[in-house]
Design a protein around this ligand. Structure first.
Ligand SMILES: [Zn+2]
Length: 68
């Protein structure tokens, strides 16, 4: 599965839950919130990011140790 997201689009998108920046997980076809406390992942369907908290799943990064 290949996701083709417009980088300009990604630049204007922000997490609707916490307004943090988003990063693209191409393998999972998700937009992942960069906030450690939020860490929601939004699905991308037909190259359209579904920016709805109700559609997002919670995903806590395991590779990053808490920095606080
Ligand atoms: Zn967020």
């Amino acid at each position: 599965m290949t996701v083709a997201l417009d980088p300009a689009l990604l630049g204007v998108l922000a997490c609707p839950n916490c307004h943090a920046n988003l990063s693209v997980d191409y393998e999972a076809a998700e937009l992942v919130c960069t906030s450690d406390q939020c860490a929601l992942a939004y699905p991308i369907r037909d190259d359209i990011p579904i920016m709805l908290v109700d559609e997002a799943r919670s995903t806590k990064p395991v590779k990053d140790a808490p920095s606080v």
